[in-house]
Design a protein around this ligand. Sequence first.
Ligand SMILES: CC(C)(COP(=O)(O)OP(=O)(O)OC[C@H]1O[C@@H](n2cnc3c(N)ncnc32)[C@H](O)[C@@H]1OP(=O)(O)O)[C@@H](O)C(=O)NCCC(=O)NCCS
Length: 338
Amino acid sequence: MSLKIVLLQNKHLEDAAALVTTGYRALRERVPSLPSRYEDASSILPLLRDLAGQAPGVVAMRDGRLAGFLSGMVLPDFRGKRSVYSPEWANAVDREDGGETYREMYAHLSARWVADGCFTHVITLLAQDHDAIDAWYWLGFGLTTVDAIRDLTPVQGSTADVVIRRAGLEDIEQAMALSQALQRYLVAAPIFVIEEHAPLFPLNVEGDEGREQWLANSANALWLAYRDGEVVACMGLEPSSPEACYIIRDEKTISITSAFTRESQRSKGIATALLNHSLNWARSAGYDRCAVDFESQNISATRFWLKHFQPVCFSLIRHVDERTAWVHEEQTRRFVDS
Ligand SMILES: CC(C)(COP(=O)(O)OP(=O)(O)OC[C@H]1O[C@@H](n2cnc3c(N)ncnc32)[C@H](O)[C@@H]1OP(=O)(O)O)[C@@H](O)C(=O)NCCC(=O)NCCS
């Protein structure tokens, strides 16, 4: 049966939220350590109401029923470009030919995004939905970021010969040196990512004062690993990172926001030991799960995190050729008129 694509309106939002939670339940069957709260549509609906007031969206109707919806928010300066971002709670499809539904919705909504000057499109998808991921791949999108999660059971093989100590205010200089090395690593091939607030430590805090406040806050922890009296690695954690995808944010989730081992010290089990130490600490602080996000182009991080964590969200990106801008105004007018 054919799909009809129309603009997203308030009357669609409850069904849209229900589609998101259906997908989330399917993901949680595979990753039981995810928080249960996002199985309830009332946790998603306020987000959709907010977004609907700010940004256009579309729905796909099949036989009078909602087969899918797609919306996204404008990011004025994502990696230096005006972009649009559809988080994992701002898009979903039902099980009947979901890939085709996504393709049709994107064909309509992307005209509006581009007419609005957004040539970079980013979407986050639930990791179990292989048909959806495939559909976006065929639309020209590629993987950029992975969100992953694990429970707090100890990891195996954490036998490195290091002393692990929590960083205090006196360690800021050491921490900054590691931060800058991490920064250089991320900006180089094959990752080529510039952190928005570089150089810094931890990643979302700026300035000496901000870093001191972060270290003084007992909810955060920066673990330093020492070998022969030298700091050789670190791992930073904080309650649910705002950088992470939404469906893992929960008071029982601790997020790893940074990890770095000096190049000469890699593959000796040091990050594994830091991870184990971090998980022990999180367990005794009352957390239930640990999350991390990383660039898919980061080979050492991908290898390390996927050994210990299960992916829950994949974020995909597409850059549209800006030289095509002249066609978009006409396309958008046709869609709005139809
Ligand atoms: C990702 C990173 C932090 C891992 O640090 P590391 O200290 O090398 O990690 P480990 O040594 O614990 O684990 C790496 C490997 O060593 C192996 N290993 C060797 N000796 C080990 C031991 N005694 N105990 C446990 N593992 C050991 C592990 O099995 C693992 O194998 P793998 O290469 O097949 O995955 C490090 O590669 C790094 O700093 N990368 C650059 C910065 C970065 O990407 N940070 C993450 C940003 S999200």
